[in-house]
Design a protein around this ligand. Structure first.
Ligand code: IFM
Length: 391
């Protein structure tokens, strides 16, 4: 296959805390201050500039856009619902509709209201209930304005950074805490699925996973193969098995591939060329991920794929190489329906602050000036022709 289907969705993704700015009621805002991290501050000021950012997305050919709603804005204090914040997101959805851009809405992208985290956060028995209450407030008002929802972004990434690596809030190292948070996040996904379907039975609710591609170091070595199966199970299969009856599609975030062995060093990153963050570039892994996830027989959307590349020297090839994998998967009969590049804008990259540059569009944080990088125009040309310029 050398052409994308007519109705294929092409866009980019962002998340609230990473671009909106001034997320002062969130646990991340507090964590940045306590840990003396690069403060997210005004970020890209997308809260105020979303219309001009969507104008840009439209001019760059995007017909879909993924963004997240910030729980800390909607419920800044426990049980207090901010109608102004809800109206804001209503305007965001209207702005997308006016530009013929299909919204994919994430309801939780790593950040929590600070009150929630202070009360035990995702470790609490009633965490999923509290999240579902927030989801209900959002959905009651916004369900008519969007058809694609993803309750929780990358649950395992949140658990591993927050409860094992101590890199993100709540900044703990606790296996029991990690287990409880993991379990509750999946429960929250299921409860949110129920709430969304109750208000909007025709909407599509997806489960979102960060999917690293794993391959055994010794292709035929049974121990390496076993280690690879274990890695796969722990990273994603365990979660997918729990939620498989609560998903209409899978949102796949793909960045990296690893070779796995049964003996140290156990795991080694694949890809000779590196991004600015030192991550290997391994496009074949996206093809592998699509093939493996097709096991669930649900439509697949690549809801994130991108790289830190400030001078845009690798992004053009990265885009075409990864989109080629999508075309090959389509050719093999896999139901891939969309691709969202991470990210539309240079974003606040969590503990790495503002130096990694993931945007198709560069942001000057002093002036908030937006400048599309050359790869943004290459992507536009691909979208317009529905073809890759490379063979
Ligand atoms: O910026 C993050 C995003 O928040 C979640 N997925 C990976 C991206 C790049 O690290």
């Amino acid at each position: 296959m050398n052409q994308f289907p007519e109705n294929f969705l092409f866009g980019a993704a962002t998340s609230a805390h990473q671009v909106e700015g001034n997320n002062a009621y969130s646990d991340w805002w507090e964590f940045e201050r306590i840990q003396k991290l690069d403060p997210s501050g005004a970020a890209c000021d997308h809260w105020n500039r979303f219309r001009e950012d969507f104008d840009l997305a439209r001019a760059l050919g995007h017909n879909a856009h993924r963004f997240s709603i910030e729980w800390a804005h909607i419920e800044p204090r426990e049980g207090e619902w901010d109608g102004f914040a809800l109206s804001h997101y209503e305007k965001v959805l209207e702005a997308l509709r006016e530009r013929n851009i299909i919204p994919f809405v994430t309801l939780h992208h790593f950040t929590n209201p600070v009150w929630f985290t202070k009360k035990g956060g995702w470790e609490r028995n009633d965490a999923a209930e509290r999240f579902a209450r927030y989801v209900e407030h959002v959905i009651e008002r916004l369900a008519p304005k969007a058809s694609f929802w993803m309750p929780i972004n990358e649950p395992w990434v949140l658990v591993s950074n927050g409860w094992l690596a101590k890199k993100w809030p709540p900044g703990k190292r606790s296996f029991i805490g990690a287990w409880r948070a993991w379990h509750n996040l999946l429960d929250a996904h299921k409860k949110a699925y129920g709430v969304i379907k109750r208000y909007a039975p025709n909407s599509k609710v997806g489960f979102n996973v960060a999917y690293a591609a794993f391959r055994p170091t010794g292709r035929k070595n049974p121990l390496d193969k076993f280690a690879t199966t274990l890695a796969r199970y722990q990273d994603t299969t365990a979660m997918l098995n729990r939620v498989k009856y609560f998903m209409d599609f899978i949102g796949l975030n793909y960045y990296r591939g690893f070779s796995v062995s049964a003996i140290p060093p156990f795991i080694k990153e694949l890809g000779e060329r590196k991004t600015d963050l030192g991550w290997g570039i391994y496009p074949q892994g996206l093809g592998q991920a699509l093939h493996e996830l097709w096991h669930y027989q649900k439509p697949l959307y690549i809801t994130e794929n991108g790289l830190a590349d400030a001078n845009d020297s690798q992004r053009p090839r990265f885009l075409t190489d990864h989109l080629k994998q999508v075309l090959d998967a389509l050719h093999d009969g896999i139901d891939v329906r969309g691709y969202f590049h991470w990210s539309l804008l240079d974003n606040f990259e969590w503990a790495d602050g503002f130096s990694p540059r993931f945007g198709l569009v560069a942001v000057d944080y002093q002036t908030q000036k937006r400048t599309p990088r050359p790869s943004a125009y290459l992507y536009r040309d691909i979208i317009q022709s529905h073809r890759l310029s490379v063979s």
